[in-house]
Ligand binder design. Structure first.
Ligand SMILES: Nc1ncnc2c1ncn2[C@@H]1O[C@H](COP(=O)(O)OP(=O)(O)OP(=O)(O)O)[C@@H](O)[C@H]1O
Ligand SMILES: [Mg+2]
Length: 300
């Protein structure tokens, strides 16, 4: 071989090694990319889970509900979780559901949100059958605060305003104040822009709940759905959450699964459920006077 050929082979070799190494370097990214692509297609190709296909989009909701003989059972089971459930709710009313575990309280909330459709009977909202309403429009007037509220790993501000790009600072401050969050925010080094950690890990249960309440308030919903946490909060924290909830419920139709005595007392009407049926309803005093199911539950 001549000197020139050796030099040529050497430089070709270096070029080849370089290319092979860069392919090896991008390989992990490629794998990750394919995995993401796979996940996205899975979501895109999955079946429609929305059971309601209505199209009517009312300008606004006043928040009256009529349940007429609603019966419901979950898929793959023929046991009725709700049986001939009937109830009239006026706009602005606060309805508390109480009953033992498994009596169907959360199921009713799921029906109100429209996650499930009753097998028989009907639900009317402002006089319109739920099956004719556009669910996306309807859910814009709903705020939901559940037992375990999901927070994202961003800042408190992002957690309150997600999905609302054009919210004014004033509105946000008002929601924070009404949700009783001001003291929490004042005590944090970066205020509203403090990161909450993965799933809100750096906040207490009561603080997380108040963030969820602020999130609901800032949307100014007509209808509120609350599944109260069973887990005990300390007294101060409970009072804060309670005050925040009272702010939230004012002038809005509220459905609440109640565990706390204070919430039950303040409700306009308490519905006592047993095995998916309404056994009693009335105000706190009325139900206590009856000395029936509610009386028993309360004494437990
Ligand atoms: N996704 C589901 N699939 C099948 N059955 C279910 C499902 N969710 C609830 N159930 C059943 O429906 C019944 C009512 O459940 P629901 O969650 O409404 O009770 P609950 O009153 O909210 O109870 P708790 O106070 O414990 O939260 C229970 O017997 C439960 O086993
Ligand atoms: Mg429940």
């Amino acid at each position: 071989m001549e000197i020139g050929d050796i030099v040529m082979y050497q430089s070709f070799f270096a070029m080849m090694i370089g290319s092979v190494t860069s392919i090896l370097n991008v390989y992990p990214n490629l794998v990750k990319g394919f995995e993401s692509l796979h996940s996205v297609t899975e979501v895109l190709l999955s079946d429609e889970t929305e059971e309601y296909k209505g199209k009517v989009k009312p300008e606004k909701f006043s928040g009256s509900y009529q349940f007429k003989g609603v019966s419901f059972s979950y898929k793959d089971s023929d046991r009725h979780v709700l049986d001939d459930f009937s109830l009239d709710v006026k706009p602005g009313e606060t309805i508390a559901f109480v009953g033992e575990s498994g009596s169907g309280k959360s199921t009713i909330l799921n029906l109100i949100i429209g996650f499930y459709k009753p097998q028989s009977g009907s639900i009317l909202i402002d006089g319109m059958p739920m099956s004719e309403l556009s669910m996306s429009r309807y859910r814009q007037s709903l705020a939901i605060v559940l037992q375990n509220n999901i927070l994202f790993s961003g800042s408190i501000r992002e957690n309150i305003t997600y999905g609302l790009p054009h919210i004014s600072e004033e509105k946000l401050q008002r929601a924070v104040w009404m949700a009783n969050l001001q003291d929490v925010i004042d005590s944090l080094p970066e205020g509203l822009d403090t990161k909450v950690g993965e799933h809100g890990g750096r906040l207490s249960g009561g603080q997380r709940q108040r963030i969820a309440i602020a999130r609901a308030l800032v949307r100014d919903p007509k209808i509120i759905i609350l599944d109260e946490a069973t887990s005990a909060l300390d007294n101060a924290s409970e009072r804060h959450v309670q005050n925040a909830m009272e702010q939230l419920m004012q002038g809005r139709t509220t459905f609440i699964v109640a565990h706390r005595l204070s919430t039950v007392k303040n409700a306009d009407r308490i519905i006592v459920l047993k095995k998916g049926k309404i056994v009693e309803s009335g105000t706190y005093e009325q139900l206590l006077d009856m000395k029936g199911e509610f009386y028993k539950l309360k004494n437990m």
